[in-house]
Design a protein around this ligand. Structure first.
Ligand code: 13P
Ligand code: SF4
Length: 370
């Protein structure tokens, strides 16, 4: 279920009380420090790299989706996991932790537009067409940026989840299992990864879930991968024109992009890789080197701040942060922590046992190979 559906169904999702909006940053910081000290190891605060600095400063761990999934699975100590990221990440944390551990998302509106581009109704309809077309020769893979229900569908059908940092390895594995792959929900990560594995573009079909049809000129029998027509509304905005503009105005800049960017952008860039790859590459680059980065803006700004010895800018000068990641702010974090302190937690993310059982199959097939 996507978050809008979840919010409609739930009666316990409430809005942040007004008084948090009147507090100063200093007052909020002081309270967060107090509550963190009081709860100690009972509280775990994982934080995605795309979060705002006002939240990141309190993180117990900062990571990309793979690292945060691994750390959540390992943490057996915390009773409360306040997940500073987006809804699908909190769902994953809930599925990988024990039942006694409570996962909270400080703001339930922190969704992911990409995850919302594949729902179960569309996926069931697509799968039945694929079964009729290809028989038992196709395996589903889903980017972790998908709902728990989609992960469960993939798990039930022998497939696995992938993150941007292990997509290549997982796609290689998938082709040892079946002749072809359905890749949900990010067409760009799927296309970029498949191309890296020497699958030519003319062997990649696209499935349009809105119009319920293939977008493909070739003979379907020859298609190796079916790409779900979804995308990240942030990374989609790094274009070939942005690359050309940098090449023209700053020809000595290195261009590094996330593989959620469109194929043409990735092909024209110097480097492409997951969040951790981008961070490590810039960290290890020589002083004085120049970089244009194609990824989320909170992270790009943090990289700029951490490397005053390098010239760094966003590949797209008009780029904004991910709006849903940004919904987690200091007032919402404090609200979450104070609710734990009072013993009346708000915005708990829970995935049903039936979905968890199948989704964990898909997650574990990835974690075993990560
Ligand atoms: P990674 O953390 O896997 O790089 O994913 C990027 C992203 O878009 C998270 O929402
Ligand atoms: Fe979703 Fe893109 Fe935001 Fe990541 S950056 S949470 S994929 S919309």
């Amino acid at each position: 279920m996507n978050i809008l559906e979840e919010m409609k169904q739930r009666t316990d999702v409430v809005s942040i009380p007004e008084h948090y909006k009147q507090m100063t940053m200093e007052e909020m910081k002081k309270r967060v420090i107090e509550i963190k000290a009081k709860l100690g190891k009972q509280l775990y605060l994982p934080c995605h790299h795309y979060q705002k600095d006002e939240v990141v400063q309190f993180a117990d761990d900062i990571g990309d989706s793979l690292k945060l999934a691994q750390l959540s699975a390992q943490n057996k100590e915390a009773k409360f996991i306040v997940f500073c990221g987006v809804h699908f990440m909190a769902e994953t944390a809930d599925m990988l932790t024990e039942d006694r551990q409570v996962v909270l998302l400080p703001d339930m509106r922190a969704g992911c537009s990409m995850a919302d581009m594949a729902d179960m109704h569309q996926t069931d309809r697509c799968w039945s067409v694929l079964q009729n077309t290809f028989g038992d020769t196709i395996l589903p893979l889903t980017y972790v940026n998908s709902t728990a229900a989609i992960k469960a569908f993939v798990g039930r059908n022998g497939g696995a989840t992938v993150t941007s940092s292990n997509a290549k390895r997982m796609l290689e594995w998938a082709f040892t299992q079946k002749e072809r792959v359905l890749f949900l929900p990010d067409q760009h990560l799927g296309r970029n990864t498949a191309y890296n594995l020497d699958i030519p573009l003319d062997k990649m079909a696209v499935w349009d879930p809105i119009n319920h049809c293939f977008e493909y000129d070739g003979n379907l029998e020859e298609a190796k991968i079916i790409l779900w027509k979804g995308h990240c509304s942030v990374h989609q905005n790094f274009t070939a024109e942005n690359v050309e503009e940098i090449r023209k105005t700053k020809p000595d800049m290195n261009i590094i992009v996330h593989p959620e960017c469109p194929f043409e952008t990735v092909e024209l860039s110097d480097y492409a890789g997951a969040t951790s790859f981008i961070i490590n590459t810039i960290e290890n680059a020589p002083s004085g080197s120049k970089w244009a980065i194609g990824t989320e803006m909170n992270l790009v700004q943090r990289i700029i701040d951490q490397h005053p010895d390098k010239e760094i800018c966003s590949l797209n000068p008009h780029m904004c942060p991910c709006m849903t990641m940004n919904r987690i702010d200091l007032p919402h974090l404090l609200w979450s922590l104070e609710s734990i302190e009072r013993g009346e937690t708000v915005n708990q993310v829970t995935v049903s046992n039936a979905i968890t059982t199948d989704a964990v199959l898909a997650l574990n097939r990835m974690l075993e190979r990560a």
